[in-house]
Design a protein around this ligand. Sequence first.
Ligand SMILES: *Cc1c(COP(=O)(O)O)cnc(C)c1O
Length: 465
Amino acid sequence: MSLIFDKSVENRKNIIFPKCDVEINLPDSPKRVKAAKLPEVSEIDISRHYTYLSKRVHGVNSGFYPLGSCTMKYNPKISEQLASLEGFTKIHPLQPKETTIGCEEVIERLKNYLCKITGMDEMSLQPAAGAHGELTGMLLIKAYHMHRGDDNRKEIIVPDSAHGTNPASAVMAGFDIINIKSNENGMIDIDDLKENIGEKTAGLMLTNPNTLGIFDTNILEITNLVHEAGGLCYYDGANLNAIMGRARPGDMGFDVTHLNLHKTFSTPHGGGGPGSGPCGCKTFLKDYLPDTSNEKSIGRVIGYYGNFLVIVKALTYIITIGTEGIKNASENAVLNANYMKAKLDNILPTAYKGMCMHEFVVSLEKLKNNTGVTALDFSKALLDYNIHPPTMYFPMTVHEALMIEPTETESKETLDEAIDIIKEIYNTALDDSDAIKNSPISTPVGRLDEVYAARKAVLRHEFEA
Ligand SMILES: *Cc1c(COP(=O)(O)O)cnc(C)c1O
């Protein structure tokens, strides 16, 4: 398809701006030398261009989207409606406080609910994403040890089944990573943990349920061991829809946690976002939080109040579904995942047996050995059936992995349809593996050279000289 720049026709306009009613006195230095090369198109051209583009992509509103660990669930329209009220959209962070009391109440109420849901005592809504919340939490742990003069604690223990951002955030905060193994049940190997814990341990960073969708039942013993060694415990709560309303990180012995509002609390991801990754902690750490004026504070991690409209949407979600709804959401997330897992078990077995939480990881290793069809091929074939592929090749501990997370918002009918499609692709792989290897055939583009695209990314339009 052609780019918006290709559709440009000189002097074609779409909006007539009103005359500027303030006097502008700028020095020359920040002024443009040449006019910006913006596409010159009419309003209908631009509307059609982007509507067409939007139809070429797959979103939560176009079909099933079981992208493991990403929690691609439905974002209710009522949240969008409330977040677009003028009282929320037309405020300025520097306007007098007495004019923004309602907005402050939104912030305080959400903090309160999130503390109740996680079992934490304080919460900062500043972090703008999950990984940003992790970094904030890691900085709290670092500040805590530093202020006690315990500055030898440089190590963060991270299990091999953690989300990839966990070790990355700990390294960004200046820690060294100590990796520990999973046992045959996909949980932390306690002996390996004991061997690696000690005077240098600053803390443990745990995703529970982990990326295999497995809840570590030894959690109390684990957090106890870390505390006895003088370390703190960090809980990655991005996927709290596995346990919310049922269990709380604060009760499992965790001192710090982050949440992903753009997963668990049903606010949009990425382009529809922006995100929000609140960071909560127990009382003894509250002076280190980014939004206190305390001298121990790690300092702000974002300008002003964080992504405020996301906060409005998350609060709307919580109030709309209420206490029972919070419990039901996590129950349905776990039920849906286990339903799919059980129905697929005879063709796509999971690496670890037993119940899963909100997601499960299947291995296509056997299928690959028999037919040559890989997890990547299988994922591409799903696109021809209007299903977004699951997360692939993660966690690395499972070969030919597909991580499936149906989420709580899908109906049994949608799950049954997806199960039938997966079975059909599986059978086709056995009969005619080339058909799968050549998919997708119905999408705007087929197989792309992903390595080339990543290495030679073209991210801006080059105008002809
Ligand atoms: C998504 C996710 C993150 C990171 O969240 P971002 O908003 O993408 O930075 C961290 N941990 C887990 C378990 C996640 O699923």
